[in-house]
Design a protein around this ligand. Sequence first.
Ligand code: ZN
Length: 352
Amino acid sequence: MKRFRMSCLLLTLIAVAGAASVQSQNTKRLLEIFYVDVEGGAATLIVTPAGESILVDAGWPGFDGRDAKRIEAAMKAANIQQIDHLVMTHYHVDHFGGIPELARRVKIAKFYDHGPMTSLDEDRNFAEKNAAYQAATKGQSITLTPGSEIKLKQTSGAPALSLQCLSTRGEIAPNKVKTPPASAECTNAEMKPVDKSDNARSVVLLLRYGNFDFLDTGDLTWNIEHKLICPRNLIGEIDLYQVAHHGLNSSNNPLLLQAVKPTVAIMNNGPRKGGSAETVKWLGELPSLKALWQVHRNIASTAEQNAPADFIANLEEQNDAAHMIHVSVDAAKKSFTVTNARNKLSRSYPIK
Ligand SMILES: [Zn+2]
């Protein structure tokens, strides 16, 4: 009897130890996403369960290295020493302007963009900015094309992880499935005048971790958004949506929003940039959407035209604290958690 009790105790101890080790393994299997506050630019840091890092855009130049310093702070919070993959969505200063300063401060292993550009109609100082970018990449950036993939390290026992490029330069990934006829919704959809700016050439990324899907379209605009879902939805349904173009209403085509059915949307807007009331309304009307989080309050809008204050990382126009929004994806628990670094408010959502 005593022996039986002993073995029961031993089994219990083994079970407890086993549970603890499973838990610690699970902790390592989180996919993390940090929305760095770059004052109306974009800088999204992704750290995979294998510890690999991907930075999508790097904010603005100048301001005494402000944005590079903020990205470094996010890297410190994520406990990573270098950027393994830096993807620049397009050649606008709020996305690629911060890359040279960041490259001076931290090691960046690989650079990706939508291919070389010799001039940009909308930026008369493009040559100078591009020269600084080319110096940072040493001319070694990799051109992403629609349908290409950035290979990421997999973690044994964890779900598959993939990072696909769905669109660059206004072109979409080759369609492997026979294209269905366009629905009336697609054919009758409102279109805008052709956008000749580099926004329309943005790199579109779809990150998948098990059943979790995160879409980052950079500053992609209306007509190309339409192309991504008409006549066939190339994206599918997603869990997390990075609100396009800082929340401007020349992007965020409601037809795309309704097709991809995001559970959560995070907007990297500035106090006076993006965060259009119309975009907030479109997002609010989505039956799928459980919450909108914002990096900044749009100070020109009313409270109703912003996310609830608790879901906004930075409420005031001047805020050196530059609070982040943090996302942690737990594939084992089939949920992801969003945290506002300012007030530590966290909300968890099921993965679809
Ligand atoms: Zn932008």
